[in-house]
Ligand binder design. Structure first.
Ligand code: ARG
Ligand code: ZN
Length: 878
């Protein structure tokens, strides 16, 4: 049933302490749970209802005595509890079956080890409990298991005791010194080894840092450990937030639904976001690891010390913590240009994933009002748009003001479970003179209204008076359940750029009305407006630029974000123009000389960084282009974008050759921003060179790519060379793919890349679906492993529009088969895949009808999980 934010009620009972004792066994794990429980005097007396799922209940004792109880759906109901407000003891004994737990929520096994995932509602799959984040308790945990099979036994907090038991078993006892909600509980047991690091904090306190992995993986943990140490130092330096634990542990598992989890003192990570060596991980992997290790570490304060009152407040911790990890990565990147590259990458994610979400059937506010399944709300809106909302607060109060706001937030709420309102109030109260404080109720519409606002900008130049007026008008389309929207508070960073590149004005304008007009006087010539610099708000900017204006911004804008954006707008305008000319075959498409020359100037620019060039020379994605169209034929979008890339490949052939030769050697492998940018640009150049070569029937560059593939000293260069062959469709690709598989068949994370590269390759005459069907039959494929399932199925359905949206609808049939098959196993992974059809209403016929049919086919299944049911029901709702 649907849960509403407005129905929140404080718990009728508090759980003060929990003592858990586990006898770990994959088939039948026994869990003894002894709690000290007390009535909440502020709530009317009522039975205690504890959550539990897929548990076998053996015994319930209250103060050591048997008691009556009943089971009501997934709740254990206790009616005859002691009166009064004294705590009483509640003891519950249950068993569960970790080896059968394919949902990977609660306690499960993976590669013969035990792991847990409790956020959001997994703890109830371990024991009966008040499984809600506002119930915070002190935990003592004893783990018992076979010593040979499970030599390492971990839980949150400090190890206080360990020893031998009979029959080859042993135990470990852990006490967490911090109160926490159940979703932050964790345990791990298995054959693991650790990289260890002792550090001394600024205040002189010693900490032990440990990263646990399977024995063969120890040499891939150095980067994660460095990232962890950098995170600790950063949070202390930027926000004055120190590590509050003697021991901080991270454990990696290859079976994990999400990226990673911030369990107090015992983070659990998907191996994909922890393990890296230059031979097996790309630069992107290294950067993702840095940011996710940071993210989970930063949750220690934003999420764990102050947590969420209820799950509607999820962005309180996620939006804020994404903002913090973004700032962390930017601060580590260092130079202004490297910071801008990170900003552009973050905005690209927002625009290609969150904007479509905000425009589709799953649109929801940053603080949602209702849900059927909370797992469906770990979304780009909660995370990435939530981070943009926090970023706008920082823009409105300044960096110092924001740090002061964080300080006040912790002074007020440390140790509490609070709401998004509490956070915004603290930032505003610490900055009483700020525009945030003045506009707080209106600003908070960012939390309550879904949908991406549009800002329409129109300029008017009056040559006679040398004055320029700029009108900014905002609007926001309806979203499900929200037909009318009130104006947002939109910080618009803007500047005026002269034709010679001179900047004549620059300011932050805070747009609050539906429409406002700004005037600039004393100008010698008509300026080019550079609006929404640094992407100062998560909005769509509608503005009619001439090519000349965009070329001026691309050449001169002092704001690197808008400089990049100008190039993207030039490319997008051409893509949309070609798509609209229905009679035009993609092969007949010709890029105009000014655009090509502008791209050449960027590529050859003496000052711009390679990383920036790589971003600027990458065309807008098919998904982003599709979002700009009212009706989409994904095959045409694909064909047009491919044709544009071919044109750029041919027209800039010598420039690409220069770029490749000039950037291909980077000395010893280092994942620093400069070398990462050089490798990215060399890779982009190689792809264009292979694309051009295949078109011209030339074998020189594919041959060089194959050589590069063989000789590469790191995965980034090797994988880029392999991708260049696969993307260009050169026959040498088959051989290279085979070699790649042979080289890395014992490296699961590399095999994921091998699968994903093929499932995401450009479709040629409908060849991808048959290939995907083969890949899911491959001996190395497994639907049970989320990383592997995603590498083939999600890549195909979500990241290969040209291959997926087939006229014969076979892609959609495949999608519905896999959603149904996965749902029986792992509803969370299935529901993510289900979202691949979110934008079906935009599809051109006959795709649209075929898509609806496929969704209806899934929706018609009687035994769907809440996860998938919610996604398909919303997709079909009018
Ligand atoms: N809190 C985790 C993170 O953002 C994500 C956990 C999501 N888990 C889930 N079952 N939806 O770091
Ligand atoms: Zn998080």
């Amino acid at each position: 049933h649907v849960i509403y934010r407005a129905d929140y009620q404080a718990p009728a009972y508090w759980i003060e302490t929990v003592e858990l004792c586990f006898d770990l066994d994959p088939v039948k794990t026994r869990v003894l749970n002894r709690m000290k429980v007390r009535r909440n005097p502020e709530v009317a007396a009522q039975p205690l209802r504890l959550d539990g799922e897929e548990l076998n209940l053996a015994r319930v004792l209250v103060n050591g005595q048997g008691t009556s109880f009943k089971l009501d759906g997934n709740q254990l109901v206790l009616e005859n509890l002691p009166e009064g407000h004294e705590p009483f003891e509640l003891e519950i004994f249950t068993t569960c079956a970790p080896a059968k737990n394919t949902k990977l929520m609660g306690l499960y096994t993976s590669n013969d080890s035990f792991f847990t995932q409790c956020e959001a509602e997994g703890f109830r799959r371990i024991t009966y409990f008040l499984d809600r984040p506002d119930v915070m308790a002190s935990y003592t945990v004893t783990l018992r298991a076979d010593k040979k099979k499970y030599p390492v036994l971990l839980s949150n907090g400090n190890l206080v005791d360990q020893g031998e038991l009979e029959d080859g078993r042993h135990f470990a006892k852990w006490v967490d010194p911090h109160r926490k909600p159940s979703y932050l509980f964790a345990l791990v047991a298995g054959q693991l080894v650790a990289r260890e690091q002792r550090i001394t904090a600024r205040n002189g306190r010693e900490h032990l840092l440990q990263i646990f992995v399977r024995p063969g993986d120890l040499d891939k943990t150095e980067h994660a450990m460095n990232s962890l140490m950098a995170s600790i130092a950063w949070d202390e330096a930027r926000f004055g937030l120190p590590l509050d634990l003697e021991r901080f542990m991270i454990v990696a598992t290859s079976d994990f639904n999400m990226g990673a989890m911030e369990n107090k003192g015992l983070n659990i990570f998907n191996t994909k976001l922890l393990l890296a060596s230059q031979a097996t991980a790309t630069d992107m992997d290294f950067l993702n690891i840095e940011s996710v290790v940071g993210h989970e570490y930063f949750h220690n304060w934003t999420g764990n010390r102050i947590t969420c009152r209820d799950w509607f407040q999820l962005s309180l911790k996620e939006g804020l913590t994404v903002f913090r990890d973004q700032e962390f990565s930017m601060d580590l990147a260092g130079s202004p240009s490297a910071r801008a590259v990170k900003r552009i990458e973050d905005v690209r994610v927002l625009r290609t994933a969150q904007f479509p979400e905000d425009a589709g059937p799953m649109a929801h506010p940053v603080r949602p009002d209702q849900y059927l399944e909370i797992n469906n709300f770990y979304t780009v809106t909660i995370y990435e748009k939530g981070a943009e909302v926090v970023r706008m607060m920082q823009t409105l109060v300044g960096r110092e003001g924001f740090a002061a706001g964080m300080k006040l937030y912790f002074e007020r709420h440390d140790g509490q479970a609070v709401t998004c309102d509490d956070f915004a109030q603290a930032i505003a109260d610490a900055n009483p003179g700020s525009q945030l404080a003045a506009l707080l109720p209106q600003f908070k519409r960012w939390y309550s209204q879904a949908g991406t606002p549009r800002v329409k900008a129109s300029g008017h130049w009056d040559a006679a008076t040398g004055s320029y007026t700029l009108t900014l008008a905002q609007s926001c389309a309806p979203t499900p359940g929200q037909p009318d929207k009130d104006p947002f508070v939109i910080p618009v960073a803007l500047g005026l750029v002269g034709a010679d590149g001179q900047e004549t004005a620059s300011r932050l304008h805070v747009l609050t009305q539906a429409s406002e007009t700004l005037s600039f006087t004393g100008l010698a010539a008509e300026p080019v407006p550079s609006i929404l610099r640094g992407f100062s708000a998560p909005v769509i900017l509608d503005i009619e630029y001439t090519d000349a204006q965009l070329l001026a911004l691309l050449a001169h804008d002092s704001d690197p974000f808008n400089r990049w954006e100008a190039g993207q707008r030039l490319g997008l305008a051409r893509a949309l123009g070609f798509i609209a000319q229905e009679g035009l075959a993609p092969a007949a498409l010709q890029l105009d000389a000014p655009y090509v020359e502008a791209m050449r100037s960027v590529l050859r620019h003496p000052q711009l960084d390679a990383a920036f060039k790589d971003l600027a020379l990458t065309l807008p994605s098919e998904t982003y282009i599709a979002e700009q169209l009212p009706v989409v034929d994904p095959q045409r979008v694909h064909a047009v974008r491919e044709a544009m890339r071919l044109q750029l490949a041919l027209a800039l052939r010598e420039d690409w050759e220069w770029a490749y030769e000039a950037h291909k050697d980077n000395g010893a492998y280092q994942p620093d921003p400069v070398s990462v940018g050089r490798r990215a640009l060399a890779g982009l150049a190689l792809t264009h060179l292979c694309v051009a070569a295949v078109h011209q029937g030339d074998t020189v560059w594919p041959g060089k790519a194959l050589q590069r593939f063989k000789d590469a000293s790191n995965m980034t260069d090797r994988f880029n060379a392999l991708s260049a062959l696969v993307i260009s469709g050169h026959p040498l690709a088959a051989n290279a793919l085979q070699r790649f598989h042979a080289m890395f068949r014992h490296e699961p994370l590399v095999l994921d890349k091998w699968f994903a590269l093929q499932a995401g390759a450009p479709d040629r005459g409908g060849n991808i679906l048959p290939l995907v069907r083969q890949l899911v039959q491959h001996p190395d494929f497994s639907l049970r492993n989320p990383n592997r399932a995603r590498s083939v199925i999600t890549t195909y359905c979500n990241a290969n529009p040209g291959g997926f949206h087939r006229a014969d609808a076979a892609g959609y049939v495949f999608w519905s088969d896999k959603v149904i098959e996965l749902d029986a196993m792992n509803p969370q992974v299935a529901a993510r895949l289900a979202r691949a059809m979110d934008r079906w209403r935009k599809l051109a016929e006959p795709l649209r009808s075929a898509a609806r049919e496929a969704i209806a086919r899934v929706a018609a299944r009687p035994e769907l999980s809440n996860d998938v049911r919610e996604v398909v029901t919303r997709a079909l709702a009018d």
